[in-house]
Each structure stands twice: as structure tokens, then as C-alpha cells.
Design a protein around this ligand. Structure first.
Ligand code: IMP
Ligand code: MG
Length: 175
């Protein structure tokens, strides 16, 4: 059995399930945008999903990354985000897709969404691979969701537990 920091991990979503779903999501997203748009990935968690999504698109999208860290405990954010790395380019008047690994309390995406609006984006759609709906503390929903998942601590496909586990090809629950 695989483990992280001495704790066993159990497979929740296989590499193949994720690949199929990401490919479907990419089609839904392109059907929506219809013309090239900007993809904004949130570091570090969304770097794997962002990389897979953009290679499924047939539209020539541009990509930028933002790195925000949330105040709070290591396992739960609490409403304030600090920008560690801002976007490289101006987004005034742009249509963009904001990508994150997982929607949990909702604080991070709600706050980043607000920041991108203030920067003058014309339109912002959001995409997450995973949605822990029952954990929501603020009423924020993503436009494109890969999988609804139960309230478990998950690692893999970019998601980490204290920087461990991002490299795993599937999504695993830490037992
Ligand atoms: P939110 O602000 O609570 O919605 O938190 C979103 C962020 O919390 C994600 O971008 C992840 O970095 C982190 N997070 C939430 N749940 C998990 C998990 O199960 N495993 C790893 N990171 C998580
Ligand atoms: Mg994260």
C-alpha cells in the first residue's frame, strides 16, 4: 500500500478517470468560449490540471499563473489571500478561465475572482478538478467541475499534503 509521511493513501480517482474527465471538461469549456481566451492557473495546486487542460484545447489559448497563499491553518483557508506571485500581463478586457485544483471552503476562489474583476477582466469563468461541496463556507460555485468529492483530505495530481504527493498520477485520500 502507498503512503505519505507514514500515512496510508487510498486511490479515489484513477489516472484514466481523470484523463477522460479533463478531456470532456476541455470540450465544454471550448464550446463555451468559442474563441481564444486566457487561462489563469493558481499555483501551485493547479499546475498539473492547467497543463493537461491546455493540451486538450484546440483553441490557441494563452496561459498565465498566479500564486496566492491563504492565511489560516495548513489544511483550511480563512478568507484572506496574499498574492505571492501576481499575473505577468494586464488582463483588462480579457475573457479568462480561472483554474484551481479543488474548491473547498470557497474562500480562495471567491477572493481571487474578486481580484481579477478589479483588474478589469471582461469575463471570468472558473474550473476546478474537484469540488468538496459540503465544506463550503461562502456561496461560491465553479462553472466547470471535474468531480464532486467527499470530505476527505486528498493528494495527487497537483494536490499536496505539506508539499508531499503532488506528483501522484491519481487522486488519493489520506487515511
Ligand atoms: P478553499 O479556499 O478552502 O476553497 O481552499 C482551496 C485550497 O485549499 C486549494 O487550492 C488547496 O490548495 C487547498 N485544499 C483544500 N482541500 C484540500 C485537500 O483535500 N488536499 C489538498 N489541498 C486542499
Ligand atoms: Mg492550493
Amino acid at each position: 500500500m502507498q503512503s505519505i509521511k507514514g500515512r496510508p493513501i487510498r486511490l479515489l480517482l484513477s489516472e484514466e478517470e481523470i484523463r477522460r474527465r479533463v478531456s470532456q471538461l476541455a470540450k465544454e469549456i471550448e464550446d463555451y468560449f468559442k474563441e481564444p481566451f486566457l487561462v489563469v492557473g493558481l499555483l501551485k495546486g493547479a499546475f498539473v490540471l492547467t497543463a493537461d487542460l491546455i493540451r486538450e484545447f484546440s483553441l490557441p489559448v494563452q496561459v498565465d499563473f498566479m500564486w496566492v497563499s491563504s492565511y489560516g491553518t495548513s489544511q483550511e483557508s480563512q478568507g484572506h489571500v496574499r498574492i505571492v506571485k501576481d499575473l505577468d500581463r494586464d488582463i483588462e478586457g480579457k475573457r479568462l478561465l480561472l483554474v484551481d485544483d479543488i474548491l473547498d471552503t470557497g474562500y480562495t476562489l471567491q477572493e481571487v475572482f474578486r481580484i481579477l474583476q478589479l483588474k478589469g477582466a471582461e469575463e471570468i469563468k472558473t474550473c476546478v478538478l474537484l469540488d468538496k461541496k459540503e465544506r463550503r463556507k461562502v456561496p461560491f460555485e465553479a462553472d466547470f467541475v471535474g468531480f464532486e468529492v467527499p470530505n476527505l483530505f486528498l493528494v495527487g495530481y497537483g494536490l499536496d499534503w505539506d508539499e508531499e504527493g503532488r506528483h501522484l498520477r491519481g487522486i488519493y485520500a489520506v487515511e
